[in-house]
Design a protein around this ligand. Structure first.
Ligand SMILES: [Zn+2]
Length: 196
């Protein structure tokens, strides 16, 4: 089932997510709904706060990035078919040089900006079967994970921009929270006028 994506300005996007247990109600269904919602919006990742739940869970399918012709065969292989659920994730380590990549977010349509992040991460997490993992990821995979991980920490990519950039996009962000934006997927806007 496709759920509405929570737009910029909703307080749920600012909450630090809580850990969950395997007994979390209807977890399997919830994960299915997150996939449906993400694919419907052509996203590569979606975090639980973006569907209104302040819990530490996000899903990623990085396959679309594998189409980039600038990547090496090795990089393409790592991205293609990378489909994972991350539960109760914790980034243990971030290392390497910072590099910039043009990021966007399903909660912030029509805004894309260069964001600087470290190259490599070590992350521990549980998968959908609550099996423990501790993995190292680099490059674009690390990038997508860092973006989604920020969501479960209540952080958005726009927080990472320079104060000048923030000033420039302030009006746009205000409009998004009011619903004055066009997205080709269903969204829920915190400051939309009621009864329209
Ligand atoms: Zn996002």
């Amino acid at each position: 089932m496709i759920l509405p994506v929570i737009a910029y300005g909703d307080p749920v996007l600012r909450k630090v997510g809580k850990d969950i247990t395997a007994e979390y109600p209807n977890l399997e269904k919830l994960i299915d709904n997150m996939w449906d919602t993400m694919y419907n919006a052509s996203g590569v990742g979606l975090a639980a706060p973006q569907i209104g739940l302040p819990i530490r869970m996000f899903v990623i399918d990085a396959s679309p990035f594998a189409d980039d012709d600038d990547l090496s065969a090795e990089e393409k292989e790592a991205l293609n078919g990378f489909k994972k659920v991350f539960i109760n994730a914790k980034i243990e380590e971030e290392t390497g040089d910072e590099w910039t990549f043009n990021e966007g977010c399903l909660s912030i349509p029509e805004v894309r900006e260069d964001v600087s992040r470290k190259e490599t991460i070590v992350i521990s997490y549980l998968d959908e079967n609550f099996k423990e993992h501790k993995d190292t990821f680099g490059g674009l995979l690390a990038r997508v994970i860092q973006h989604e991980y920020d969501h479960i920490e209540g952080v958005l990519f726009t927080d990472k921009l320079s104060s000048l950039k923030k000033r420039i996009i302030k009006g746009k962000l205000g409009n998004i929270s009011k619903g004055k934006v066009s997205a080709d997927y269903r969204m829920k806007f915190p400051d939309a006028k009621k009864g329209r």
